[in-house]
Design a protein around this ligand. Structure first.
Ligand code: PMP
Length: 371
């Protein structure tokens, strides 16, 4: 592999990526080279991650629980606080049980690679997150990609192919990470029942945004064949992930999901901090919904979630607008292929509970003046 050439090509196509160094973060602000920017690209939708007012509670977690777990859960890394958090997470997802994973990426790899194999099939939305795509690949199952949110296309594929396979699963983001639109979970759940399929839902951007669970948004309850993956590193403000499903599923993943078995458990103090953050989410969800409504009204960009994609198209152009926004004090990095499809480079604006009305208005006005 010619690494130098690859880097040069990426630079030539405006697809080169570079890290920005944040010196300090506080509420919705980040500091870079001593200058304060309003963060409009974080997944910290409930503004919990950088909230200094929660410091005292988090410090107590550090006093009570160790810095690291020291081992995998199945060896000597399983602390009572992990189990307490799992109980709470199952409660908010309305499932029998939940199992913690080290992060969402690993949870998705673990679910798909343990549940599905060579005799099985996965039906996956074309805009699913990279971790779901990689999980599909790792599983060795046959993968059918259906058009984005298109349940007619999915039904066609199911009709034609269901009987050729043993276990099948329909896999979808509930809130799509780069577009902010919502999967038709009511129809997907029905198709899963009709075709005897598992429904695997990635709730990374739904948890704490459109409800405690995306199924709440549709007034639906999980079935015995629903598997919900949620992350702790987004609206819940810490780090890690979990899979919520039946007790039997939990037993299965505990024994078969390699990304659960062969990795160190999340630090116990993180589990404790997540439990503290969970106590804070309800009023913040109300504030977030108000901000989403206002920003939608101000910009005309329709979104029911915290994600507002401003599609630019060309990667170079998206980079330029992102730079201009940075000069005006807003941090909104350009999202380019392969994260999004070719020709759809964008500014992925995210709204948080902690943004003030004034900050939302200022960004809306600035965008209007730049585009
Ligand atoms: N699923 C989706 C939809 C995501 O957006 C992400 C994170 N960007 C993940 C899974 C992975 O989660 P984590 O960051 O906890 O690995």
């Amino acid at each position: 592999m010619d690494i130098k050439k690859i880097i040069k090509t990426l630079k030539g196509k405006n697809l080169y990526r570079q890290l920005k160094t944040i010196e300090r973060a506080e509420r919705v602000y980040v500091y870079i080279d001593g200058k304060r920017y309003i963060n409009f690209s974080s997944n910290d939708y409930l503004s919990l991650a950088f909230d200094a007012e929660l410091n005292a509670k988090h410090q107590n977690c550090l006093k009570k629980w160790p810095a690291g777990s020291g081992a995998a859960r199945l060896v000597t890394g399983n602390f009572s606080i992990h189990e307490e958090l799992e109980k709470k997470l199952a409660e908010i997802k309305k499932t029998e049980a939940a199992l913690l994973f080290s992060c969402g990426y690993m949870a998705n790899l673990g679910i798909l690679s343990s549940l599905l194999g060579e005799k099985d099939a996965i039906f996956s939305d074309e805009l699913n997150h990279a971790s779901l795509i990689d999980g599909c690949r790792l599983s060795k199952a046959k993968v059918f990609i259906y058009k984005h949110r298109d349940t007619n296309h999915l039904k066609e594929l199911l009709k034609k192919n269901r009987d050729k396979f043993e276990t099948i699963a329909i896999v979808t983001d509930s809130v799509f990470s780069m577009d902010g639109d919502i999967a038709p979970l009511d129809e997907l759940l029905k198709l899963a029942k009709d075709y005897n399929a598992y429904l695997i839902i990635d709730d990374a951007h739904a948890t704490g945004v459109i409800g405690n669970s995306s199924l709440d948004f549709f007034n639906l309850k999980p079935t015995k064949r629903t598997i919900i993956m949620g992350t702790l590193g987004k609206a819940l403000g810490t780090f890690g992930a979990f899979v919520a499903s039946t007790k039997e599923m939990k037993e299965f993943f505990t024994n078969r999901a390699r990304t659960f078995i062969f990795t160190t458990a999340i630090p116990p103090h993180i589990a404790c901090m997540t439990l503290e953050n969970l106590k804070e989410i309800q009023p913040r969800m109300v504030r977030l919904r108000k901000n989403i409504y206002l920003f939608s009204k101000l910009t005309g960009i329709k979104s029911q979630t915290a994600i507002f994609p401003l599609i630019i198209g060309d990667s170079g152009e998206a980079l330029k607008i992102s730079e201009k926004l940075l000069k005006k004090g807003f941090i909104i990095p350009a999202i380019r292929p392969p994260t999004v499809p070719e020709g759809t480079a964008r500014l992925r604006i995210t709204i948080a509970a902690g943004h003030s009305e004034e900050e939302l208005r200022k960004l809306a006005e600035t965008i209007k003046s730049l585009i």
